[in-house]
Design a protein. Structure first.
Length: 168
């Protein structure tokens, strides 16, 4: 049996529990597919509808169980996408949503680092700690400025040298 959370790409569909999100114009097509196979072992356990003003964002979430009937294959309609393997722990679409935590802003990461150093030192860096991220940014900006201006002056000197050596 396939692992929960993986897409089932096998057709005919193997027996098991599945969920799928169907969007926009494919919703009536999915409803018809579920009705057509309802007498062949496919049972819709749960449905959630998510209407939206934009027809492309309308979606239905379906959880269904397929109990195979010997010698009668159920062919999955791949135009709907592929169903995801489910189990009894998945009861609604909120059980299937996975959102990673948002990445921190570089200044937040630096502030967290300063706070951790402050805790390890056991003291308080106070107002100096709040200035460190800006000081580092300013220093990095100045370093970038110096690299660009120094590099361009090296290019200018190289051009002058090429001009002088071509005169000889």
């Amino acid at each position: 049996m396939a692992k929960v959370g993986t897409l089932e790409r096998t057709s005919p569909l193997p027996g098991g529990q599945y969920w799928i999100d169907v969007f926009g114009v494919n919703i009536p097509k999915a409803d018809n597919w579920f009705k057509a196979y309802s007498g062949l072992g496919v049972h819709v356990d749960s449905t959630e509808t998510f209407p939206n003003d934009d027809s492309a964002r309308v979606r239905n979430w379906y959880k269904f169980t397929y109990t195979p009937i010997p010698s009668i294959p159920v062919i999955w309609d791949t135009s709907l996408g592929f169903p995801t393997v489910a189990d009894s722990s998945i009861t609604s679409s909120s059980d299937t949503a996975q959102t990673p935590p948002l990445p921190l802003d570089p200044l937040d990461e630096l502030a967290n680092w300063v706070n951790s150093v402050e805790q390890k030192v056991g003291g308080s860096l106070g107002s100096i700690a709040s200035l460190i991220p800006f000081a580092l940014l300013g220093g990095a900006g100045y370093l970038g400025y110096k690299l660009v201006t120094d590099f361009s002056s090296v290019k200018k000197r190289a051009k002058k040298y090429v001009k002088r050596s071509s005169r000889a």
